[in-house]
Design a protein around this ligand. Structure first.
Ligand SMILES: [Fe+2]
Length: 330
């Protein structure tokens, strides 16, 4: 029988992806996450987060439905087979005489890191580190998370929407744009050092940061990994607002988007208020990207019509094609 297996993608399998918020991994309870068609169990062994394939090697039960014992052991809910932080089997209660366990009794572990308050996992040893967002580290910046946003489309469609400015006046009328000011003026585009950088972007916005203040905003957008992008608003170093988006490919047409938001001004506006604003913006984006057909991002430029101001999206599609990204593209 033919099974609908996800496309194998060595590029995305060797890339870090966000799978959870670190604070959501509690001391005694594992958490289930999904990435590139795989199911992952996350838990804390002492303080360290561990990521393993969420499948008991004995009878295939989901280990994330089990529990964590002695602050370090993951225990299967079915027969209580237990594993350490390296995925090594520790005991089989039904057969206590077994002290040396074969390799087949161990779990498959994944590289895992905690950064920006998120848990990042790669399915295979990653060839690049998690991207660096200098804004997040600045002591004077107010930083917070938004998401997860569960979105029924491919991850590259969502990432491309994040760097698309031309939809602001229409999809985000009154928030990020005004239909009376729809023109996207020419901007500078560079593809260098493994990044796509769009700068010198100037755009009128009625309420660009959720603080209620209208302004003409300058942006720098960067796509730094196949599914991670970042923008910084504001030329003045005293007034900078930035967001990074990481999109987690769950299935080819099912994704989760996460945002990290930083700013170094308007301390009187709470993070909760700004998070509500970002949630409103995402609630306007989601029906647009979920309605796109095909759901997978076409990398052949002939498949869709492009505006000249789409040059960043065009560069993104060309770059994904050059990298050989298959999952979520067509
Ligand atoms: Fe949008």
């Amino acid at each position: 029988m033919l099974r609908n297996l996800p496309a194998y993608d060595s590029v995305l399998r060797t890339t870090w992806h966000i799978v959870a918020v670190a604070d959501d991994i509690k001391q005694d309870q594992p958490l289930q996450a999904h990435l590139l068609g795989e199911t992952i169990a996350l838990w804390r062994a002492e303080e360290k987060i561990v990521a393993v394939q969420d499948r008991c090697p004995h009878r295939g039960v989901s280990l994330s439905a089990g529990n964590v014992k002695n602050n370090s052991e993951l225990v299967c809910p079915y027969h209580a087979m237990a594993f350490d932080s390296h995925g090594q089997c520790l005991r089989i209660p039904a057969d206590p005489k077994i002290k040396i366990f074969p390799q087949a009794a161990n779990l498959h572990t994944y590289p895992v890191k905690e950064k920006y308050g998120f848990v990042w996992v790669a399915l295979q040893p990653p060839d690049q580190d998690i991207p660096d967002f200098a804004e997040w580290k600045k002591a004077d910046a107010n930083s917070f998370h938004c998401g997860p946003y569960l979105i029924k489309t491919s991850a590259p469609r969502i990432l491309e929407n994040f760097v698309d400015i031309a939809h602001f006046p229409f999809t985000h009328s009154g928030l990020l744009g005004d239909p009376n000011f729809p023109e996207v003026f020419d901007y500078r585009l560079a593809v260098e050092a493994g990044e796509i950088v769009a700068s010198d972007i100037h755009f009128y916005q009625p309420n660009p940061e959720g603080t209620g203040e209208a302004k003409s905003v300058s942006y720098v957008y960067k796509i730094v990994r196949p599914l991670v992008a970042h923008f910084r608003k504001g030329e003045n170093a005293d007034q900078q607002f930035s967001i990074f988006m990481a999109v987690t490919p769950v299935k080819e047409t099912q994704s989760v988007a996460w945002l990290g938001v930083c700013r170094n001004y308007s301390a009187e506006v709470s993070n909760d208020e700004l998070r509500r604003f970002q949630n409103d913006v995402m609630a306007q984006d989601i029906p647009m990207v979920e309605s796109q057909r095909p759901q997978k991002l076409p990398l052949d430029l002939q498949q869709e019509f492009h505006f000249p101001c789409d040059k960043m999206s065009i560069a993104y599609r060309q770059w994904l094609k050059q990298l050989g990204v298959q999952f979520g593209t067509c």
